[in-house]
Write a protein that binds this ligand. Structure first.
Ligand code: 5GP
Ligand code: ZN
Length: 117
C-alpha cells in the first residue's frame, strides 16, 4: 500500500529507530535530521514518516504532508539561525537522487552563490 514502510529503505529505518540519526526536529508526520555527508555548514534533511519514492509522489498522494515538509524545513532553518538557505528536492537518479524516500535538503550557513537557477 502507498506510504507503507519499506524494509530496505534507509530513511524508513531511521523513522523506525533502526538506524541512528541526529534528529533536530520531530512532528507528527515528519522527521528532520542532519545529513550524514554535509554539503554546507548546515545540511538537514526533512522527510515524511511515510514512504513515497520522491516529493512529487508524496505531494500527489498526501498534499498535507508535503506542505508540512516545507513548514518544517522553514522552522528547522529558523532553529539553526539561518537567515538564508536553499531547499533542494532531487528527483530521479540522473538528478542526483540516491535515497528513494521523499526528502528535502535544507542547506545554509555560508553564502550560496552557485546554483543552476
Ligand atoms: P539525495 O541524493 O537522494 O537527494 O539525498 C540523500 C541524502 O541522504 C544524501 O545527502 C546522503 O548524504 C544522505 N544520507 C544517506 N544515508 C544516510 C544516513 O544513513 N543517515 C543520514 N543522516 N543521511 C544519509
Ligand atoms: Zn522509506
Amino acid at each position: 500500500m502507498a506510504g507503507e514502510a519499506q524494509a530496505d529503505c534507509v530513511f524508513c529505518r531511521i523513522v523506525a529507530g533502526e538506524i541512528p540519526a541526529t534528529v533536530v526536529r520531530k512532528s507528527e508526520r515528519t522527521l528532520t535530521f542532519r545529513d550524514i555527508n554535509p554539503q554546507a555548514p548546515t545540511h538537514l534533511l526533512v522527510i515524511p514518516r511515510v514512504h513515497y519514492p520522491n516529493a512529487a509522489e508524496l505531494a500527489a498522494a498526501e498534499p498535507e504532508i508535503a506542505a508540512e515538509l516545507l513548514v518544517e524545513a522553514g522552522e528547522a532553518a529558523r532553529g539553526e539561525g539561518l537567515a538564508a538557505y536553499r531547499l533542494i528536492f532531487n528527483t530521479g537518479a540522473d538528478a542526483g537522487q540516491t535515497v528513494f524516500h521523499a526528502h528535502v535538503h535544507v542547506l545554509g550557513g555560508e553564502p550560496l552563490t552557485e546554483g543552476l537557477v
